[in-house]
Design a protein around this ligand. Structure first.
Ligand SMILES: O=C(O)CCC(=O)C(=O)O
Length: 299
């Protein structure tokens, strides 16, 4: 695949390995539910184009950067919806405080409980659903080298059902160059195999260690790797990339390996997204996720 700009992640270049890059396949949210279930099962993800009202997503983006403005990270000449980076990081810690406040606001929670979202999950999972209270919002700066390394979500959610599903929602347009989520093609199967190996080796661990992402059999970050091209070589597969738009939502299984690439916005736009998790109410819930996200929760 030909990308005109560099795709980087944690200092490693992915774009030089063109044969290791492919395109994510979109799904129409109104496809028959059986066909969507089938896509999720075979691909490990669903990219639901335009499932959410774009204006509501953009309003949440504007609200976020309006709240963050006092830290000085937002270019004062831009609108909050644009969310252009001022070039100045927040070193006071105030930004973290505001982020923790934001994920607890009724406005943000109401967005995560959007009827379109929970009703979609009810159909997909054929029953009543539960939204995990621990919900994450991430903004990334243009040029920021550190990105989310490759992982599958069950690593951090082993205390509950493996049928939990994650929604990654771009809060604003996130074209390829802005470093949205990338998926390792066919990786639901690799994640399942990896987890089975970890479980087999975890017999010597205490129950708490067994569910920990940072037990002695895992890497320091709990992740699988930072060099995405090397990982694609190892599995002889490709990273699937996409131009996401406000209104899209991607869903992935707990075993699907994914990562993020660097935000190389040419317009200096900050990337904003949220990741939240739904599951069937009757399945086991990971007790570590029943509280709001905090910097001390070590998950
Ligand atoms: O947005 C990111 O950088 C990572 C998100 C993620 O890992 C997820 O949605 O599970």
């Amino acid at each position: 695949m030909n990308t005109e700009f560099t795709l980087r992640s944690n200092g490693f270049d992915l774009s030089t390995a063109q044969n290791r890059i492919g395109r994510l396949q979109p799904n129409h949210p109104n496809e028959p539910i059986e066909s969507l279930r089938n896509s999720l099962k075979t691909q490990g993800y669903l990219w639901l184009k335009g499932i959410l009202p774009r204006d509501e997503v953009l309003a949440l983006r504007a609200r976020y950067f309006e709240r963050m403005a006092e830290t000085g990270i937002v270019d004062a000449r831009s609108s909050h919806q644009d969310g252009l980076y001022s070039g100045k990081r927040d070193t006071s810690g105030r930004g973290t405080h505001l982020l923790m406040e934001f994920v607890r606001t009724a406005a943000f929670e109401a967005f995560c409980f959007h009827p379109i979202i929970w009703q979609f999950y009810e159909k997909l999972m054929s029953g009543d659903v539960y939204l995990h209270k621990r919900k994450i919002v991430r903004h990334t700066y243009p040029g920021e080298e550190k990105t989310t390394d490759a992982h599958y979500d069950l690593i951090y959610l082993r205390g509950g059902t493996d049928s939990v599903l994650s929604s990654w929602i771009p809060l604003g347009d996130i074209p390829l160059e802005m470093g949205g989520l990338v998926y390792l093609e066919g990786a639901d199967a690799f994640g399942r195999k990896m987890e089975a190996d970890f479980s087999a080796r975890a017999v010597d661990l205490s129950p708490a260690e067994r569910i920990a992402a940072y037990n002695k059999h895992m890497s320091a970050s709990g992740g699988i790797g930072k060099d995405l091209a090397a990982l694609a070589d190892r599995y002889d597969t490709r990273w699937l990339v996409a131009d996401y738009e406000a209104g899209d939502m991607v869903i992935h299984t707990a075993y699907m390996i994914h990562a993020a690439t660097q935000n190389n916005s040419r317009d200096n736009r900050m990337r904003l997204s949220t990741d939240i998790r739904y599951q069937r109410i009757r399945d086991e819930i990971d007790a570590r996720w029943v509280n709001h996200w905090s910097m001390e929760d070590m998950l």
